[in-house]
Design a binder for this molecule. Structure first.
Ligand code: FES
Length: 126
């Protein structure tokens, strides 16, 4: 079988890190991909402005699952400001690339993370 995915993508798809619902999350970023209808939730727990814990639930394709898994690794332990700087393309780069047709799938992860952080900040301000 022709494999269009990097070894890293396959690894994160087969062994996703930090997968699952977080019942005591401080904020949740929910994003959907309008082109395919896939759905992603990013859960964060924040301590002293640092992402203390993070997890995800993704109802989507393999690339979406691998990018969710990777973003949890990229964001864990980072300050909220630094985590906001993680760009859509950073996730794909960290996975040694994605096929062009799957790049849109990787957008969800960064968007979901940013949404969770913004929601957390809004909640804190109120
Ligand atoms: Fe839907 Fe990849 S095909 S996120």
């Amino acid at each position: 079988m022709l494999n269009i995915y990097s070894d890293k993508v396959m690894d994160h798809f087969k062994n996703p890190r930090n997968m699952g619902e977080m019942l005591d999350a401080d904020a949740i970023g929910k994003v959907g991909n309008p082109t395919c209808g896939d759905l992603m939730y990013i859960y964060i727990k924040v301590k002293d402005d640092i992402i203390d814990d993070i997890s995800f639930q993704t109802f989507g394709c393999g690339a979406a699952i691998a990018t969710s898994s990777m973003i949890t690794e990229l964001a864990k332990g980072k300050s909220l400001d630094d985590a906001l700087k993680i760009k859509r393309t950073d996730v794909a780069h960290a996975l040694d690339g994605l096929p062009p047709i799957k790049m849109h799938c990787s957008n969800l992860a960064a968007d979901g993370l940013h949404k969770a952080i913004n929601k957390y900040r809004k909640k804190k301000d109120n």
